[in-house]
Design a protein around this ligand. Structure first.
Ligand code: BGC
Length: 541
């Protein structure tokens, strides 16, 4: 194709090939990265409650000499150690997600994800070797770095290779993998919790290596993102991978038109957002002022605040602390089993979003999902507070927590990830997605640290009243999504840029693309020469 021409189109509906099975399979595979995220955040809660683990890490024998397990005195880890072990992962993940954006622009999306798997494996190995809190914490922060790379860049990679008609559904597949990770972790913990050897915690820790190895190996076979090659000015390679991803010949109209659109959008973005030096390109994420709806600053705030809001829904209160919370109600005989059921409801409800996110759109499901969550949370708070110690009330409370999880899993869970993959213009996309993911982890960490103080029996002791706090925060999510979330369904990532410039979130679902970047950049009149490989860097500098 060197020296050939890219034929652009002005037809806004024509810039992409029909969806192929291959594209689906590729994205389904990439979504597998979500498994890490879920498993890693899910396994630790159970391990912290395992008696063998607790004693081992305090240098105490278990069972005590001459006693059986049931006769042995039971110690717990200090709150500060618990909090350190849980939150240090999120700290590592936060920094991993922030730097991953840069790495993915320098070395490629795919390479960064593979590197993330490697870093993660080192962290897991240290955790496996550990029998002290210090080494465990070091292992978790390193593993966190790896999870940060993977969680930020998988979203970017999938959004960039997925056909736009199914992009939302495919990113929702990532969320599905997160929920499976959470569920598998709680099942593994359940199975090993009573072992009287280090297998009790080493088995749950080591299982994480399996998805890391599968993901890294599989990514060697998958192609790099065509948008990364466009950023690098390697148009030959961009055309080649696009043709692989879309299953069309490199010189077909589909490939040429889609490539022309990506190039034209990139040229346009580069002309409005000049890149000069490392720090100023970071500064670009915060430029453009607050009053302009399409400014980079507004989009960065949108992405980071959306992920913050997703954590404010209180979902991780359920996944991290439901066992402890249910125990504190004193009306439930098997809190561990019920917590596991919560993770199962989460898994089963997520696939609904594959359909709703494309059928009704991102904005719609976020608005309605928030409303559904508000209602459930307030019912749980009211029933739990009005009728403590009542078996039937407890059943109702559990049922409404399940319905709440259903709403989260089918809307905000996937929705937040889908939207951050779609709102950033190319020059700041990798950093924007990285910052938004980092915000998710930051708030995840903050909530993990403060929640025990809100519900701890010798602390805030809020009991079911804590659901009034989550309910109020979900009400904020409702207002937020109604006023601030635009509809990005069905648009190419390039058209999303236009939509930001030309409409407001509340009217965005009615906005229709009216021209292509290629047409606006004059690429339909004169065909765009594909530059021979060795000249590309120069001409794009
Ligand atoms: C959130 C996680 C949460 C999970 C539950 C994700 O989208 O970011 O914090 O634990 O959903 O399914």
């Amino acid at each position: 194709m060197a020296g050939g021409a890219i034929i652009a189109t002005a037809d806004t509906a024509r810039i992409e090939a029909p969806v192929t099975m291959k594209a689906y399979l590729m994205c389904v595979f990439a979504a597998f990265g979500g498994f890490f995220f879920g498993y890693d955040s899910g396994y630790v809660g159970g391990v912290l409650g395992m008696k063998y683990f607790i004693h081992q890490f305090q240098g105490l024998p278990y069972p005590a000499a001459g006693a059986t397990a049931s006769e042995s005195a039971y110690f717990v880890l200090s709150s500060s150690n618990n909090s350190l072990i849980v939150s240090i992962l999120s700290a590592g993940t936060f920094f991993g997600a922030v730097i991953a954006g840069d790495l993915s622009d320098w070395f490629g999306r795919r390479t960064t994800i593979i590197a993330g798997c490697g870093v993660f494996a080192v962290g897991v190995a240290l955790q496996l070797a550990s029998s002290t809190i210090a080494l465990l914490a070091v292992g978790r922060i390193i593993a966190g770095f790896g999870v940060g790379f993977v969680s930020a860049i998988i979203i970017l990679y999938m959004s960039e290779i997925a056909p736009r008609k199914v992009r939302g559904a495919i990113v929702a597949g990532y969320q599905f993998a997160i929920t499976i990770g959470l569920m598998v972790a709680s099942c593994v913990d359940y199975a090993t919790q009573n072992r009287l050897d280090s297998g009790s915690y080493r088995i749950p820790i080591s299982i994480q290596l399996i998805p890391a190895i599968i993901l890294a190996t599989g990514l060697f076979i998958l192609p790099e993102s065509p948008r990364y090659f466009v950023i690098k000015g390697q148009l030959e390679k961009a055309a080649a991978v696009l043709s692989r991803v879309r299953g069309q010949p490199q010189d077909s109209e589909y490939i040429q038109q889609e490539l022309a659109e990506i190039i034209a959008n990139h040229e346009y973005e580069m002309s409005v957002i000049p890149q000069s030096g490392y720090f100023s390109s970071w500064a670009n994420c915060f430029k453009g002022g607050l009053s302009k709806p399409s400014s980079n600053l507004r989009r960065t705030i949108l992405g980071t605040s959306l992920q913050m809001m997703q954590q404010w829904t209180g979902v991780n209160f359920i996944f991290y602390y439901s066992t402890i919370f249910l125990q504190s109600l004193h009306t439930i005989s098997n809190p561990f089993l019920i917590s596991m059921i919560f993770t199962i409801v989460n898994v089963c409800s997520t696939p609904i979003s594959f359909w709703t996110v494309e059928r009704f759109g991102r904005r719609t499901i976020l608005v309605w999902g928030a409303l559904g969550m508000v209602i459930c949370q307030f019912i749980v708070g009211a029933v739990g507070t009005a009728l403590p110690n009542d078996q039937n009330a407890t059943r109702a409370l559990i049922a409404f927590i399940c319905i709440y999880i259903f709403f989260f899993a089918s809307t905000w869970g996937p929705g937040a990830w889908v939207v951050i993959g779609e709102i950033f213009p190319i020059p700041i996309r990798s950093r924007g997605v990285g910052l938004s993911t980092a915000s998710n982890w930051l708030w995840n960490c903050i909530i993990a640290v403060i929640t025990p103080y809100m519900v701890g029996e010798n602390k805030g002791n809020l009991g079911p009243k804590v659901f009034f706090i989550w309910g109020s925060l979900c009400a904020v999510c409702f207002v937020y999504s109604y006023f601030l979330i635009p509809e990005t369904k069905g648009l190419s990532l390039e058209q999303v840029d236009r939509m930001f410039e030309e409409t407001t979130p509340r009217h965005s679902s009615k906005w229709v693309p009216h021209s292509t970047f290629a047409a606006d950049m004059g690429m339909t009149e004169k065909s765009h020469e594909v530059i021979p490989q060795h000249e590309e860097e120069k001409s794009f500098a």
